[in-house]
Design a protein around this ligand. Sequence first.
Ligand code: SAH
Length: 378
Amino acid sequence: MTEPTKTEPIKTLPLVFDEPRGRRKPPRHLADLDEAGRKALLTDAGLPGFRAKQLSNHYFARLVDDPAEMTDLPAGQRDELVSALLPSLMTPVRTMEADKGATVKTLWKLFDGSLVESVLMRYPGRVTMCVSSQAGCGMACPFCATGQGGLQRNMSTAEIVEQVVAGARALARGEVAGGVGRVSNVVFMGMGEPMANYKAMIGAVRRLTDPAPAGLGMSARHVTVSTVGLVPRMLQLADEGIPVTLALSLHAPDDELRNELVPINTRFSVAETVDAAHNYFAKTGRRVSIEYAMMRDINDQAWRADLLADVLNERGRGWAHANLIPLNEVPGSQFTRSREEDMEEFVRRLEAKGISTTMRDTRGNDIDAACGQLAASE
Ligand code: SAH
């Protein structure tokens, strides 16, 4: 049985790919552009093009945001240069900390009042920034807090990048518990469906991985793009030549259940979606992460673990990694977290069939910063 509310997001998909006309765009920022584009923007405005490199250096390498610290720019032209390429994109509304300051969630207000959240997670030896790619989300997965409010709009490349730069800046200034540090990993697992905002997402990936000062100079392997399974976009990503990690939010190995949990499945079946994930591995050599949120008596039966392993093994051995996520319970939702013993049995079954499996930690649960809990309520 399909209820009208569940088929709706599928009908609105074209809107997600093409931004509605007539909307005001986020301010143009150097992070939206490659080096040539930055130069061109300055010269078109009658400003010297070579200043673009200095501005990029301030933004991506020095992580400076105060024009007063950009002393290599002539005082008389500084404001004009900064407003041309480094306009303010977002302001923090609120930050919340958990895990003794090792997890920091920030609620951001964008230029048009849209609210998005990002989460910084510090572990021994690495710092992961979880970023949003859309304000809201149009995918309507019923167990996810973001999915309940619908899509407000796509974020720009610079709005996505700025979340990472803000984290990097806080770490560089020693403002995060644990002292001075750097962002080592980025996961597109905040609000939104990154593949439904493909152009801005791939632009952000390029800015994150471009060597400094053109970008942040991160390793593509340390960037993870997570998707509900927009098959054409997964195929496109495989041909970009950037070896990012792909995460597929599968959550069920059979169409009957996945149609309910991840409504886009009515458009792209489990078989098509897993084929596209396998194609990503075949083309890039990057092992795909299969995300599976453990929901009590919904998708956590032992037979589904066996079926999941079979669905993956049918396409080859060792190409996928199962990442089980104990469900983060969203207030008012009918979905609850699996029992401990069922999760353990699920892992045993997968491993028995040769699937490498991990259980994701649930950082930030107490500040609603854990996976699927970002809802930007204010
Ligand atoms: N739209 C993308 C990325 C955002 S969510 C995607 O769906 O992949 C990042 C991950 O958190 C996804 O695997 C998503 O399914 C999962 N998630 C959503 N709600 C959750 C919840 N309540 N508990 C645990 N994981 C959840």
